[in-house]
Write a protein of this length. Structure first.
Length: 173
């Protein structure tokens, strides 16, 4: 496995809510074992009749929730994503990267593909040499591939996550 693949990985398969639940379970297990994890995990908003799933980003460890949805989508779109909420969550994450062993970022999506959103946290984590784990919106797979062409692709299951984390924390070969 390349050093980049050891440092950054994307979960593949399942839908967004299931991927976020898998991330949350893995983070809970790693934190219980003493791993210092920084980042955010997405939570659904639970609002009816919405085509956009944007809800909240929960900061790992601090448990602060950042709302990332707008009450009314901007003209010409059905997306309720609030970039200001994602930017606020990103700023909180960046502050915890230096003291972490691992950075978990909920998703590389529309904002990150445009150079915004959580992208500064991705960049800060990689610059600090921290392993990064995320999910990627299929619509933004090309932007992800351009950003992290050598990233590992992990099947969305606990065993595959555990194997990646074991390799990511192994001594350099």
């Amino acid at each position: 496995m390349s050093s980049m693949a050891r440092r950054i990985a994307v979960l593949e398969g399942a839908d967004g809510d299931n991927l976020q639940a898998l991330l949350a379970a893995a983070v809970a297990e790693w934190r219980a074992a003493g791993t210092r994890v920084a980042g955010v995990i997405a939570e659904a908003h639970g609002l009816p009749d919405r085509t956009c799933a944007a809800g909240f980003l929960r900061e790992i460890g601090a448990e602060e929730r950042f709302p990332i949805y707008l009450g009314t989508p901007p003209e010409g779109t059905s997306c309720h994503l609030d970039g200001a909420g994602v930017t606020a969550a990103c700023a909180a994450v960046i502050g915890g990267i230096s003291g972490s062993d691992l950075v978990v970022l909920s998703k590389f999506g529309k904002l990150e593909a445009a150079g915004q959103g959580l992208l500064p946290a991705f960049e800060a984590a990689l610059a600090a040499g921290r392993p990064v784990l995320t999910t990627v919106s299929e619509r933004h797979r090309d932007a992800w591939e351009a950003f992290a062409p050598d990233a590992a692709r992990i099947d969305a299951n606990p065993a595959a996550l555990a194997a990646w984390w074991s390799d990511a924390t192994a001594r350099p070969r």
